[in-house]
Design a protein around this ligand. Structure first.
Ligand code: BGC
Length: 258
Protein backbone atom coordinates (compact mmCIF):
# COMPACT_ATOMS: atom_id res chain seq x y z
CA UNK A 1 0.00 0.00 0.00
CA UNK A 2 1.24 3.48 -0.86
CA UNK A 3 1.04 6.81 0.98
CA UNK A 4 -2.24 7.05 2.88
CA UNK A 5 -4.55 10.02 3.40
CA UNK A 6 -8.01 10.52 4.80
CA UNK A 7 -11.03 12.27 3.35
CA UNK A 8 -14.45 13.14 4.71
CA UNK A 9 -17.24 14.13 2.34
CA UNK A 10 -19.88 16.35 3.94
CA UNK A 11 -23.14 16.26 2.03
CA UNK A 12 -26.67 17.48 2.57
CA UNK A 13 -27.81 14.00 3.61
CA UNK A 14 -24.71 11.99 4.62
CA UNK A 15 -21.18 12.40 5.96
CA UNK A 16 -18.81 9.73 4.63
CA UNK A 17 -15.17 9.06 5.21
CA UNK A 18 -12.46 6.60 4.22
CA UNK A 19 -8.72 6.06 4.18
CA UNK A 20 -7.33 6.74 0.69
CA UNK A 21 -4.29 5.24 -1.03
CA UNK A 22 -2.94 8.43 -2.54
CA UNK A 23 -0.50 6.78 -4.91
CA UNK A 24 -2.96 4.34 -6.43
CA UNK A 25 -5.88 6.77 -6.24
CA UNK A 26 -8.25 4.26 -4.62
CA UNK A 27 -10.03 4.00 -1.32
CA UNK A 28 -7.96 1.81 1.00
CA UNK A 29 -10.92 1.01 3.29
CA UNK A 30 -14.69 0.73 3.07
CA UNK A 31 -16.50 4.04 3.51
CA UNK A 32 -18.08 4.75 6.89
CA UNK A 33 -21.19 6.90 6.79
CA UNK A 34 -23.31 8.77 9.31
CA UNK A 35 -26.43 10.80 8.52
CA UNK A 36 -25.95 14.56 8.32
CA UNK A 37 -27.45 15.98 11.51
CA UNK A 38 -30.49 18.20 11.10
CA UNK A 39 -30.19 21.11 11.53
CA UNK A 40 -26.72 20.80 10.04
CA UNK A 41 -25.10 23.43 12.26
CA UNK A 42 -21.29 23.69 12.49
CA UNK A 43 -21.18 22.14 15.97
CA UNK A 44 -23.38 19.17 14.99
CA UNK A 45 -21.53 18.53 11.72
CA UNK A 46 -18.16 18.80 13.50
CA UNK A 47 -19.30 16.18 15.99
CA UNK A 48 -20.48 13.85 13.20
CA UNK A 49 -17.17 14.23 11.34
CA UNK A 50 -15.26 13.40 14.51
CA UNK A 51 -17.32 10.21 14.78
CA UNK A 52 -16.35 9.21 11.22
CA UNK A 53 -12.67 9.93 11.86
CA UNK A 54 -12.73 8.07 15.20
CA UNK A 55 -14.24 5.00 13.49
CA UNK A 56 -10.91 4.59 11.66
CA UNK A 57 -8.69 5.89 14.47
CA UNK A 58 -7.13 8.14 11.83
CA UNK A 59 -4.23 10.36 12.90
CA UNK A 60 -2.86 12.63 10.19
CA UNK A 61 -4.01 15.38 7.87
CA UNK A 62 -7.75 15.44 7.18
CA UNK A 63 -9.27 16.52 3.88
CA UNK A 64 -12.82 17.68 4.21
CA UNK A 65 -15.28 18.50 1.42
CA UNK A 66 -18.06 21.01 1.93
CA UNK A 67 -21.12 21.54 -0.28
CA UNK A 68 -20.67 25.29 -0.69
CA UNK A 69 -18.17 27.95 -1.75
CA UNK A 70 -14.99 27.50 0.32
CA UNK A 71 -12.45 30.29 0.28
CA UNK A 72 -9.34 30.00 2.44
CA UNK A 73 -11.15 27.48 4.62
CA UNK A 74 -14.22 29.70 5.13
CA UNK A 75 -17.74 28.83 3.88
CA UNK A 76 -19.11 31.70 1.81
CA UNK A 77 -22.49 30.19 0.86
CA UNK A 78 -24.78 27.46 2.21
CA UNK A 79 -27.25 26.20 -0.42
CA UNK A 80 -27.96 22.77 1.11
CA UNK A 81 -26.60 23.12 4.66
CA UNK A 82 -27.51 25.28 7.64
CA UNK A 83 -27.23 29.01 6.92
CA UNK A 84 -25.13 29.51 10.06
CA UNK A 85 -22.20 28.10 8.09
CA UNK A 86 -21.86 31.29 6.07
CA UNK A 87 -18.70 33.05 7.28
CA UNK A 88 -17.67 30.05 9.41
CA UNK A 89 -14.12 28.75 9.16
CA UNK A 90 -14.73 25.08 8.30
CA UNK A 91 -11.11 24.14 8.89
CA UNK A 92 -11.15 25.56 12.42
CA UNK A 93 -14.47 23.88 13.31
CA UNK A 94 -13.33 20.49 12.01
CA UNK A 95 -9.90 20.82 13.54
CA UNK A 96 -11.39 21.62 16.98
CA UNK A 97 -13.74 18.62 16.68
CA UNK A 98 -11.13 16.09 15.50
CA UNK A 99 -7.81 17.41 16.81
CA UNK A 100 -6.37 17.05 13.29
CA UNK A 101 -4.97 19.51 10.73
CA UNK A 102 -7.81 20.10 8.25
CA UNK A 103 -7.99 21.28 4.65
CA UNK A 104 -11.50 22.17 3.47
CA UNK A 105 -12.51 22.24 -0.18
CA UNK A 106 -15.73 22.54 -2.15
CA UNK A 107 -17.16 19.04 -2.75
CA UNK A 108 -17.32 19.25 -6.53
CA UNK A 109 -13.80 20.68 -6.68
CA UNK A 110 -12.54 17.71 -4.64
CA UNK A 111 -14.33 15.36 -7.04
CA UNK A 112 -12.80 17.22 -9.98
CA UNK A 113 -9.31 16.79 -8.56
CA UNK A 114 -9.82 13.03 -8.12
CA UNK A 115 -11.29 12.57 -11.59
CA UNK A 116 -8.55 14.55 -13.28
CA UNK A 117 -5.63 13.03 -11.32
CA UNK A 118 -6.71 9.41 -11.28
CA UNK A 119 -10.11 9.06 -12.90
CA UNK A 120 -12.21 9.62 -15.99
CA UNK A 121 -10.44 12.85 -17.02
CA UNK A 122 -6.88 11.66 -16.44
CA UNK A 123 -4.66 12.87 -19.25
CA UNK A 124 -7.28 15.12 -20.87
CA UNK A 125 -5.77 18.47 -21.86
CA UNK A 126 -7.62 21.77 -21.98
CA UNK A 127 -10.84 22.40 -20.11
CA UNK A 128 -12.64 19.57 -18.32
CA UNK A 129 -15.91 20.24 -16.50
CA UNK A 130 -16.88 17.75 -13.80
CA UNK A 131 -20.57 18.00 -12.89
CA UNK A 132 -21.81 16.23 -9.76
CA UNK A 133 -25.52 15.48 -9.65
CA UNK A 134 -26.78 15.01 -6.10
CA UNK A 135 -28.74 17.06 -3.58
CA UNK A 136 -27.49 20.03 -5.58
CA UNK A 137 -25.44 20.40 -8.76
CA UNK A 138 -21.73 20.89 -8.19
CA UNK A 139 -19.19 21.84 -10.85
CA UNK A 140 -15.41 21.73 -11.09
CA UNK A 141 -13.41 23.44 -13.83
CA UNK A 142 -10.01 21.90 -14.46
CA UNK A 143 -7.72 23.30 -17.11
CA UNK A 144 -4.65 21.20 -18.00
CA UNK A 145 -4.95 19.54 -14.60
CA UNK A 146 -5.18 22.82 -12.64
CA UNK A 147 -8.36 23.50 -10.68
CA UNK A 148 -10.18 26.82 -10.98
CA UNK A 149 -12.11 26.59 -7.69
CA UNK A 150 -15.65 27.50 -6.68
CA UNK A 151 -17.16 27.68 -10.15
CA UNK A 152 -20.73 27.17 -8.81
CA UNK A 153 -22.24 26.57 -12.23
CA UNK A 154 -25.03 24.49 -10.70
CA UNK A 155 -26.72 27.79 -9.96
CA UNK A 156 -26.79 29.22 -13.47
CA UNK A 157 -30.20 30.65 -14.18
CA UNK A 158 -32.04 29.13 -17.12
CA UNK A 159 -35.68 29.74 -18.02
CA UNK A 160 -35.90 32.02 -14.97
CA UNK A 161 -34.84 29.37 -12.46
CA UNK A 162 -31.75 28.46 -10.48
CA UNK A 163 -31.18 25.34 -12.56
CA UNK A 164 -30.00 23.18 -9.67
CA UNK A 165 -33.61 23.12 -8.49
CA UNK A 166 -34.68 21.66 -11.89
CA UNK A 167 -31.89 19.28 -12.85
CA UNK A 168 -30.21 17.88 -9.71
CA UNK A 169 -30.61 14.20 -8.86
CA UNK A 170 -32.73 15.35 -5.90
CA UNK A 171 -35.11 17.14 -8.32
CA UNK A 172 -35.54 13.89 -10.28
CA UNK A 173 -36.48 12.05 -7.10
CA UNK A 174 -38.60 14.85 -5.64
CA UNK A 175 -40.68 15.13 -8.82
CA UNK A 176 -40.55 11.38 -9.64
CA UNK A 177 -39.26 12.22 -13.13
CA UNK A 178 -38.68 9.44 -15.65
CA UNK A 179 -35.09 9.15 -16.91
CA UNK A 180 -36.29 10.63 -20.23
CA UNK A 181 -37.89 13.69 -18.61
CA UNK A 182 -34.89 14.27 -16.40
CA UNK A 183 -32.54 13.88 -19.38
CA UNK A 184 -34.43 16.69 -21.17
CA UNK A 185 -33.56 19.01 -18.29
CA UNK A 186 -29.96 17.79 -18.29
CA UNK A 187 -29.85 18.40 -22.04
CA UNK A 188 -30.89 22.03 -21.45
CA UNK A 189 -28.26 22.36 -18.74
CA UNK A 190 -25.29 20.78 -20.53
CA UNK A 191 -26.13 22.61 -23.77
CA UNK A 192 -25.84 25.90 -21.87
CA UNK A 193 -22.52 24.91 -20.28
CA UNK A 194 -21.24 23.85 -23.68
CA UNK A 195 -22.30 27.13 -25.28
CA UNK A 196 -20.65 29.24 -22.57
CA UNK A 197 -17.44 27.31 -21.93
CA UNK A 198 -16.72 24.81 -24.77
CA UNK A 199 -14.91 22.24 -22.65
CA UNK A 200 -13.02 19.30 -24.13
CA UNK A 201 -14.79 16.86 -21.84
CA UNK A 202 -17.74 16.63 -19.44
CA UNK A 203 -17.50 14.12 -16.58
CA UNK A 204 -20.75 13.30 -14.78
CA UNK A 205 -20.40 12.39 -11.09
CA UNK A 206 -22.50 12.03 -7.96
CA UNK A 207 -24.24 8.89 -6.73
CA UNK A 208 -26.58 8.77 -9.73
CA UNK A 209 -23.60 8.37 -12.09
CA UNK A 210 -23.60 4.68 -11.20
CA UNK A 211 -26.77 4.59 -13.33
CA UNK A 212 -25.22 6.67 -16.09
CA UNK A 213 -26.43 4.27 -18.79
CA UNK A 214 -29.98 5.41 -18.02
CA UNK A 215 -29.45 9.05 -18.93
CA UNK A 216 -26.02 9.83 -20.44
CA UNK A 217 -26.83 8.12 -23.79
CA UNK A 218 -29.97 10.30 -24.05
CA UNK A 219 -27.86 13.48 -24.17
CA UNK A 220 -26.83 14.92 -27.50
CA UNK A 221 -23.82 17.24 -27.28
CA UNK A 222 -20.77 18.11 -29.38
CA UNK A 223 -18.61 17.58 -26.29
CA UNK A 224 -17.82 14.04 -25.15
CA UNK A 225 -19.64 13.26 -21.89
CA UNK A 226 -18.64 10.29 -19.73
CA UNK A 227 -19.45 8.95 -16.25
CA UNK A 228 -17.06 9.61 -13.36
CA UNK A 229 -14.72 6.80 -12.42
CA UNK A 230 -15.15 7.39 -8.71
CA UNK A 231 -18.90 7.92 -8.81
CA UNK A 232 -19.69 9.12 -5.30
CA UNK A 233 -16.24 8.47 -3.84
CA UNK A 234 -14.39 11.20 -5.72
CA UNK A 235 -14.89 13.82 -3.01
CA UNK A 236 -13.27 11.65 -0.36
CA UNK A 237 -10.30 10.84 -2.60
CA UNK A 238 -9.79 14.41 -3.85
CA UNK A 239 -10.02 15.96 -0.39
CA UNK A 240 -7.56 13.42 1.06
CA UNK A 241 -5.14 14.27 -1.73
CA UNK A 242 -5.42 18.03 -1.22
CA UNK A 243 -4.87 17.70 2.54
CA UNK A 244 -1.75 15.57 2.08
CA UNK A 245 1.82 16.61 1.42
CA UNK A 246 1.25 15.71 -2.23
CA UNK A 247 -1.56 18.20 -2.68
CA UNK A 248 -0.96 21.72 -1.41
CA UNK A 249 1.24 23.01 -4.19
CA UNK A 250 -1.46 22.48 -6.78
CA UNK A 251 -4.22 23.75 -4.52
CA UNK A 252 -2.77 26.85 -2.86
CA UNK A 253 -2.01 28.44 -6.18
CA UNK A 254 -5.70 28.38 -7.02
CA UNK A 255 -7.25 29.32 -3.68
CA UNK A 256 -5.12 32.19 -2.38
CA UNK A 257 -6.72 35.59 -2.42
CA UNK A 258 -4.86 38.47 -4.05
C1 BGC B 1 -23.50 24.33 -3.91
C2 BGC B 1 -22.14 23.93 -4.40
C3 BGC B 1 -21.96 22.43 -4.27
C4 BGC B 1 -23.09 21.68 -4.93
C5 BGC B 1 -23.01 20.19 -4.74
C6 BGC B 1 -24.56 23.51 -4.63
O1 BGC B 1 -25.82 23.86 -4.15
O2 BGC B 1 -23.74 25.70 -4.15
O3 BGC B 1 -21.14 24.61 -3.68
O4 BGC B 1 -20.73 22.05 -4.86
O5 BGC B 1 -24.34 22.13 -4.42
O6 BGC B 1 -23.07 19.84 -3.40
Amino acid sequence: MGILGFGVDIGGSGIKGAVVDLEAGVLATERYKVLTPQPSTPAAVGYACAEVVAHFGWQGPLGCTFPAVVQNGVARTAANVDQSWIGTNIEKVMSAATGLAVTAVNDADAAGIAESYWGAAKGTRGLVIVVTLGTGIGTALIYDGVLVPNSELGHIELDGEDYETRASAAARERESLSWEKWAKRLQRYFTALEAYLRPNLFVVGGGVSRRAEKFVPLLSLDTPIIPAKFQNEAGIAGAAYLASDLGPAAFEVTTQQP
